[in-house]
Design a binder for this molecule. Structure first.
Ligand code: FAD
Length: 291
């Protein structure tokens, strides 16, 4: 498996990367290369040029800004999983990153690459939607912010415009009394999520004050299970209410994907089971963090 021929450019700064993308409209950005290079080898993508952003140091790392985390697009999955500040302020993100692929994939793959690639089987997109993250894109028209909830448009399709780079992600840290959990049914060969569920629950006075539940891997983009969220909000934080809420997950899944690995019906079933377990774990964790 060999890719078609291409030119290779290594950008040292964001400005240089933007200029290169402008000069080569057919070019693709290269970050960790763990999705793009396999696609090129399979000839699913044949860009005329690659703009390698891996050397732009400003784009990597996690910083705490007020109550939020600003995560550079080049931050690897391994760095997220191991980061003290991520584990402390937003543990569900570290939990999800630690479940990506294997160590080699986590050492090379980046959060920016994962979000820009928008693979329905990826783990971070649904976690970003659940967390209410905001993505920053930089391009010919300057810098703009996009909520994670509107960033993913279709299979492998995002709101990024031609010439734009995803430069960072702002993730709100948890408030007091909040617990989160990410669970997936992993594909046995690749570890990608056949289905994943990200839950965030704020418990106050023994009741679920705020609930966010997002399912990935079932449809083209991450899906918020709004009926389930509403069913749990305001209810006692317990096993029975979580069970009843999770039963409403299929209401959000009107276009489930079926393929060689799992039928559409099985994916919806998995989503319901994983959502129940993720909600239950998030509730337990929230109870352990009194507000
Ligand atoms: P690249 O492959 O370099 O790029 C991917 C796409 O995004 C390209 O189109 C590229 O042009 C674009 N891009 C990259 N960075 C930017 C940017 N900053 N701005 C704009 N566009 C950009 N993922 C999971 O979520 N869960 C898994 O379990 C999992 N298992 C895997 C197992 C294997 C064996 C492999 C090879 C991959 C696996 N992945 C998994 C995918 C992995 O996480 C990838 O690293 C990730 O999806 C893409 O990140 P990257 O940095 O490698 O991006």
């Amino acid at each position: 498996m060999f890719p078609a021929g291409f030119e290779y450019y290594r950008a040292r700064t964001l400005a240089e990367a933007s200029d290169l993308l402008k000069a080569h409209p057919d070019a693709r950005v290269l970050a960790g290369g763990h999705s793009l290079l396999p696609a090129m080898k399979l000839r699913l993508a044949s860009p005329s040029a690659l703009v390698d952003i891996g050397g732009i140091r400003d784009l990597a790392g996690v910083a705490e800004e007020g109550g939020a985390l600003r995560i550079g697009a080049l931050t690897t999955h391994a760095a997220l999983a191991d980061s003290d500040v991520v584990r402390r302020r937003c543990p569900v993100l570290a939990e999800a990153a630690a479940q990506i692929g294997d160590l080699q994939v986590r050492n090379r793959g980046t959060i920016g690459g994962s979000l820009a690639h928008a693979d329905p089987a990826a783990d971070l997109p649904s976690v970003m939607v659940a967390l209410g993250a905001t993505l920053t894109a930089t391009g010919p028209a300057g810098e703009r912010s996009v909520p994670a909830g509107t960033f993913f448009l279709d299979l492998f399709t995002t709101d990024l415009q031609p010439g734009e780079l995803l430069t960072s992600v702002a993730v709100p840290g948890y408030g007091p009394g909040t617990g989160g959990a990410y669970l997936k049914h992993r594909h046995p060969a690749s570890s990608y999520a056949v289905v994943g569920a990200a839950a965030l629950v704020e418990v106050s006075g023994g009741k679920c004050a705020r609930v966010c539940l997002v399912v990935g891997g079932v449809q083209a983009t991450p899906v918020r299970a709004e009926a389930a969220e509403q069913a749990l909000t305001g209810q006692v934080a317990g096993e029975t209410t979580v069970f009843r809420a999770a039963e409403k997950v299929p209401e959000a899944l009107d276009q489930p994907i079926g393929d060689l690995y799992a039928s559409a019906e099985y994916r919806v079933h998995l989503a319901t089971v994983l959502a129940r377990r993720a909600l239950a774990r998030a509730v337990e964790r929230a109870k352990g963090q009194p507000g």
